[in-house]
Design a protein around this ligand. Structure first.
Ligand SMILES: C[S@@+](CC[C@H](N)C(=O)[O-])C[C@H]1O[C@@H](n2cnc3c(N)ncnc32)[C@H](O)[C@@H]1O
Length: 213
């Protein structure tokens, strides 16, 4: 049954393959042919795509890429982009493990990590998307003024991320321990964010700049 569902999900996703960048490694170092020279903002683990679709509608000067490994949720994001007919948003059905194979040094201006899986057990720490292993890959693709923007409901993941990111020499800024009650305007929310904030949970947020500012 699950196999069947998986096959259906893959088929439905591939029916919209013009929205996918299927071999991103072939664009490494020459993404301007895809983006038309616009700067790249990449959301890793984009889920059903509400966040990146909202940004894509508002900021036509930016080229958005959503990366996701699960085809069934990615499909939902693709469907949203189709509805909005966005020409500045495309998708990577890929694993963040390989992100540095898809972009040349300095090719990405911003990375969004929204409500990444917390992997609470210590023995799984290496899988967290803010583990040093991943931060090294992000550093290699971010432009000198590039930034990581992170949101989470998970206090432990937030603490881990603050430590890992500052240990990697990024400059932390705009740290919030209760983003939704901090008085700043929120340009876009994710599906998880809406769910957690509606149930009264705090949302943690940080920005990390690669350069010296
Ligand atoms: C907890 S969900 C959050 C989804 C969305 N960002 C939101 O806030 O609504 C985490 C998502 O990250 C994806 N993900 C986890 N590890 C990933 C990886 N290594 N590469 C790409 N996507 C990943 C999962 O498939 C899942 O859809």
């Amino acid at each position: 049954m699950r196999r069947r569902r998986l096959k259906d999900g893959v088929e439905r996703l591939l029916a919209h393959r013009e929205w996918l960048v299927e071999e991103p490694e072939k664009h490494r170092g020459q993404w301007e042919t895809v983006t038309g020279g616009r700067k790249i903002h990449l959301e890793i683990g984009m889920g059903k795509g509400q966040f990146i679709t909202t940004l894509g509608k508002d900021r036509k000067d930016i080229f958005y890429l959503g990366m996701e490994i699960k085809e069934e949720v990615l499909l939902r994001g693709v469907e949203k982009a189709i509805e909005e007919d966005l020409d500045n948003l495309r998708f990577l059905w890929k694993n963040a493990e390989d992100v540095d194979q898809f972009f040349a040094p300095g090719e990405v201006e911003r990375i969004y990590l929204n409500f990444s899986d917390p992997w609470p057990k210590n023995r799984c720490a290496k899988r967290r998307l803010t583990h040093q292993r991943f931060l090294d890959k992000y550093r290699s693709i971010l432009s000198p003024k590039g930034e990581i923007h992170l949101k989470t409901d998970n206090e432990k993941l937030f603490e881990f991320s603050l430590n890992a990111i500052s240990g990697e020499g990024y400059r932390l800024k705009n740290i919030s321990f209760d983003y939704h009650n901090s008085g700043v305007s929120i340009p876009a929310t994710t599906e998880y964010e809406d769910k957690f904030s509606a149930s009264g949970m705090k949302i943690y947020r940080l920005e990390a700049a690669r350069g010296e500012g």
